[in-house]
Structure formats: C-alpha cells, structure tokens
Design a protein around this ligand. Structure first.
Ligand code: NAD
Ligand code: 89V
Length: 344
C-alpha cells in the first residue's frame, strides 16, 4: 500500500474514533489537524502526536502537504469545507449528515466533480459487521428474492451528554440517526421511489423529533419500514444495534439483539452471531460503530489508490439524503412524497 497523508478538520467527540481508525491503517498518516477550539486541538494533537495544528482550515489548506482531508465537523460547516477542499483539489471525506439541505449537498457534489476530486460521505453504518453479514446472506440467495424488510433502531440511550447539539436542532432523529438506517435500507433493498413518514417528539427537553416511522417503496419491488426512536425504554438497552428483518420468497432473515442472525430458507435454518470486533481503543457499546469507522476508512484508501468512486460517494449519498428530506416533507404534509420530485 502506498503512503497516504491526511488532514482532519474538527477534533470533537466523534473525530477521536476517526483518528484511532486512521492509526489502525498501515500506510496512512494524519499529518495536520484543525479545530477552531484550541482546547480540542490540544487534546487531539497531544493524544495522537500530530504536530501541525491549525485553528483555520484556510491556513491548513494554504500550507498543504496532504493527499486527502477528513471533515469531522458538524453539519453547518460541511459545505464550506468541502468547497474549500475542492478549490485546493484535495480529495475529501465529509461526515454525515452530508449537508444542511439537499441543494447544499448537490452543490458539494458539483464542486467536487468540477475540481475532479473524489468525495466520500462518512456513512459508516452500512460498514458495520452485522449489516455486512445481512447483505452477504441476502446476496447468497438464501431467502430468495426479498419482498419486505424492516430496519429498526429503537433505544433510550442518552446521546445528548456526548453530543449536546443533538438536543438543539429543529431536526433530530431522522437527520442524525435515521439517515444511517435509511442508507442501510438502500444498501439492502435498493433505491426508493416513495416515502411516507410520521414523526413524534416524546422527550420534552429537546427541540426536534425523537421518533420516526417511515414506509419506503423500493424501485425493485421491496416494501420496507425504517423505524427509529430515542424514546424507547427497553428492559435491555440495545444501543447502538440496528435490527433487520427481511422476508423473501423462499425464506426469512432476522438480525436481532446481541448481533444474532437467523437465516431460514430451503437450505434449513442457520443461527450465527455476527458481532463486531472490539478494537483495542474501542469501548462498549460503541464498538460496533467504532469498527465500522476503520472499515469505511479502509474502503476510502482502497478506492483512492484504485482511482474509483467510493460506495458512499457524495453522488450516492444524495439519494440517502433525499430520503431524509422526503421523510420530513411527508411527516409535515401528512402525504406520501415521490423521490423523483426531489432528485430531478
Ligand atoms: P463535536 O461538536 O463534538 O465536534 C465538532 C468539532 O468541529 C468541534 O470541536 C468544533 O470546534 C469543530 N469545528 C466546527 N466547525 C469548524 C470549522 N469550520 N473549522 C474548524 N473546526 C470546526 O461534534 P461530533 O459529535 O464530533 O460530530 C461531528 C460530526 O460527526 C457530525 O456531523 C455528526 O453527525 C457526526 N457523527 C457521526 C457519527 C457516525 O457514526 N458516523 C457518530 C457521531 C457523530
Ligand atoms: O452515529 C451517529 O451518527 C450518532 C448517534 C449514534 C448518536 O446517532 O450521532
């Protein structure tokens, strides 16, 4: 593997996982970091031994010396930073949610295309070991052709202490978490043509919705339900596990608690555990997400080396992002929304 030098912008809560992930990959080195908060810059710079530290992304790009940039800031800054990377012709990874609006996301894809740089959205949930195992089982034909699916994430976990901004936005669970579950639905069942959604806010201390139930019509014929909640108090807290159910014309697949996968079909019933590994720097219950960070970063480096578009490129993510927009529109209007109206 060639040596790739990276820079990282945004040294906050989640960036620590990204820094660990880069350290785990041979041939990759983060040579510069940037955060407008000097304290975060100091903490991450000292923890990971990065000498080049910047309070301004413009200054970091002006100095250069890196092959790609990993943008780990919150959504408000994503468009400006991707456009800055494009101006400097530096390949860019951008955290989810890709952008504040679909128009911003489109502009970011256009800027990357015009600059001729690869752009990947850090949409890591489809890279989780249990989700990859579901995909492999479906692709093997073990349950025949899927006709119905459910991607479900229901939890009462306190995400607000680690990520206080999640309590403040008018949009919450669809934009922050539903976006992952919708991307998994696209990954497993293909693109969707219509969206019907209902939302609720149960927690009175937050500004946005914390429950969403979404019905998707996939172009390949699958009907799926994507349901997400941070207001669900279960006897055993499953955070951050995504459960999956699929019915096919020859059998069924169920991914349930503790990463237990059951595939039932003409070949019999197979039970397995598809748990993620616990990386040395990871901590439960986040290890599933943390492992997927390394896997998506590895994919980025492989595609950068091969000169091929990443699976969760900016262009691909427009379709996931359109589902987010469609869900909010549908919930607001109480109507089904056609995706072609948003994507044209
Ligand atoms: P955070 O607020 O803890 O960290 C963001 C950091 O970016 C802060 O330190 C802030 O000072 C810095 N920053 C913001 N704008 C900047 C700019 N223009 N220039 C330089 N620094 C800037 O946020 P977080 O919880 O780490 O979330 C960051 C992103 O990661 C969000 O988009 C969030 O949705 C995403 N996230 C993704 C996952 C995942 O699994 N993919 C998990 C958690 C968070
Ligand atoms: O993965 C994420 O994007 C996180 C969380 C799991 C808390 O929703 O923000």
């Amino acid at each position: 593997m060639a040596t790739f030098k990276g820079a990282l912008i945004g040294c906050g809560f989640f960036a620590v996982n990204q820094m660990h992930g880069w350290q785990d990959l041979p041939g990759v080195e983060i040579v510069a970091i940037c955060d407008r908060d000097p304290e975060r810059l100091r903490i991450v710079g000292d923890a990971f031994g990065v000498a080049r530290r910047y309070r301004s992304a413009e200054e970091m790009f002006a100095d250069g010396g890196f092959d790609f940039v990993d943008i780990a800031t919150t959504v408000a800054s994503h468009r400006a930073l991707v456009e800055l990377a494009a101006r400097h012709k530096v390949p860019a990874i951008c955290q989810k949610p890709f952008a504040p609006t679909l128009d911003d996301a489109r502009a970011m894809v256009a800027a990357a295309d015009e600059a001729g740089i690869p752009l990947m959205v850090h949409e890591n949930f489809r890279w989780q070991t249990p989700i990859l195992a579901v995909k492999a089982a479906l692709d093997s034909g073990a349950i025949g052709a899927p006709f119905w699916g459910r991607v479900s994430f229901r939890s009462g976990f306190d995400v607000f202490s680690g990520q206080p901004y999640l309590a403040e936005g008018k949009r919450f669970i669809i934009e922050d978490l539903g976006i992952h579950a919708l991307d998994i639905a696209r990954f497993l069942f293909g693109d969707a043509s219509r969206m019907t959604a209902r939302t609720r806010r149960i927690n009175p201390a937050i500004a946005g919705e914390d429950v969403a139930t979404m019905l998707l019509d996939h172009t390949g014929g699958v009907t799926s339900i994507v349901d997400v909640s941070y207001a669900t108090r279960l006897p055993e807290e499953p955070f951050p596990e995504t459960f999956v159910e699929v019915d096919g014309d020859k059998g069924t697949l169920r991914l349930g608690k503790d990463y237990r996968l059951t595939v039932h079909g003409p070949g019999g019933t197979r039970h397995s555990t598809v748990a993620p590994s616990l990386r040395p720097w990871a901590s439960r219950p986040w290890h599933n997400i943390q492992e997927s960070v390394v896997l998506i970063q590895k994919h980025w480096i492989e595609r950068l080396e091969a000169g091929k578009e990443p699976d969760t490129s900016g262009r691909d993510n427009l379709k996931t992002f359109a589902l987010v927009e469609a869900a909010y529109l549908s919930a607001e209007r109480g109507e089904t929304v056609a995706l072609e109206d948003l994507l044209r």
